[in-house]
Design a protein around this ligand. Structure first.
Ligand SMILES: [Zn+2]
Length: 385
């Protein structure tokens, strides 16, 4: 009995120990917090406020005080680069590489950063030189991605194809990109009238991506240039099966091929058929001009009216007003002129191609988005959204 009571005395002692341990723990936390320099927090605050100049200054101060704080130097390097202070970023990363404190496994990471500095500074050759040495190490993937960007910028499509194939994975097959790179090569050969070589590249593009519309467009161009109008028509018509959204891009070429063979009415019938089946295609203007030439103004107006009723558009309404101007009284013509000018202004402002990746908008169509670098991301038809 006496022994049991003695044990009870131990409980307060345990509570006391717990309290003491908690205090010691709290003291350590407070001590550590005090050991973080205030410049560090000032730098963070400036980053949040987007004042990168203040942040760079404050963090550089911490890096000086803390000596070899590697993580901090990494951040600082990125910050310099982001601010366009490429010389400072290069100097910092070179100093890190010169230092014996830098652990072996982090060397490639710093080299990869240095390559980005050189690229940003426009010294692409030096960046490439560094990246090629990183391919077998732990930064191989990041280095290859940078190299792919460099080769696309330099329009070195052969190297871009090789690099994209090496980057291929289950998550990203790069087949779209590879097909586009072959199309770039084919287009280049077509400009030089090297038709055989251009055909070869088109075949490679189709092999990489059988839905590559651009390859069919180029193949039609090659056939047409070599005088094979029927084969050209077949190539361009093939786009309907690949992705009908792009048919409008082949429309004028198709008509020209029919016209060259003395069959313009067949060309008009084909385009009319496309417009009825796919009202979203931008064919109204082209059809109006061709029908007016070969079948007369009345038929052309009829065609525009049918298209506008099926799918109202500013460009269509503009044509509809224009086609009826001559029938109006002088006053009516003045009113119609005001409406027509207004519609044209808004139609030109609103009807744009849009990048589905970054939302970049442009009157001109691009296979390669100039804003985000994505391929085939532009809407094929201008929309008035
Ligand atoms: Zn884009």
């Amino acid at each position: 009995m006496e022994l049991d009571l003695w044990w009870l005395l131990l409980f307060p002692a345990f509570f006391g120990l717990g309290w003491f341990a908690a205090r010691v723990d709290m003291r350590t936390v407070l001590k550590q917090a005090k050991s973080v320099p205030t410049s560090y927090f000032r730098g963070l605050d400036a980053l949040v406020e987007d004042k990168t100049d203040v942040a760079a200054q404050a963090l550089a101060e911490v890096a000086r005080q803390q000596g070899a704080a590697l993580e901090l130097q990494h951040i600082l390097g990125k910050l310099y680069r982001k601010r366009g202070e490429n010389d400072r970023a290069i100097r910092l990363h070179q100093q890190m590489l010169d230092s014996s404190d830098l652990p072996g496994e982090q060397r490639d990471q710093v080299r990869n950063e240095l390559a980005q500095d050189f690229r940003k500074a426009g010294l692409v050759d030096r960046a490439e030189e560094i990246l090629l040495k990183l391919l077998d190490g732990n930064m191989g993937l990041a280095a290859r991605r940078q190299l792919l960007d460099i080769y696309q910028q330099d329009r070195d499509w052969q190297k871009a194809i090789e690099t994209a194939r090496e980057l291929r994975s289950d998550a990203h097959s790069f087949q779209h990109e590879v097909a586009q790179f072959y199309c770039e090569l084919a287009q280049g050969e077509l400009y030089k009238s090297s038709y055989a070589q251009a055909r070869q590249y088109v075949a490679e593009a189709i092999a990489a991506n059988r839905k590559c519309v651009r390859a069919s467009l180029i193949l039609g161009d090659i056939e047409f240039a070599e005088g094979n109008a029927d084969a050209a028509i077949a190539a361009w018509q093939g786009i309907e099966k690949q992705n009908y959204e792009y048919l409008a891009m082949a429309a004028e070429r198709l008509f020209d091929a029919y016209e060259k063979q003395g069959r313009p009415l067949e060309g008009i019938a084909l385009l009319r058929g496309y417009q009825r089946t796919f009202p979203q295609l931008e064919l109204t203007d082209l059809l109006y001009q061709k029908i007016a030439t070969y079948e007369g103004e009345a038929k052309a107006l009829e065609g525009v009216r049918e298209a506008v009723y099926a799918r109202p558009s500013l460009a269509g309404v503009y044509r509809m007003i224009e086609a009826q101007m001559d029938e109006l009284s002088p006053e009516g013509r003045m009113d119609a002129e005001v409406a027509r000018a207004l519609i044209l202004k808004h139609s030109q402002r609103l009807s744009v191609h849009r990048c589905k990746c970054c939302n970049f908008r442009s009157r001109a169509f691009f296979w390669h988005c100039p804003a985000c670098g994505e391929w085939e991301s532009f809407t094929a038809n201008r929309s008035e959204a």
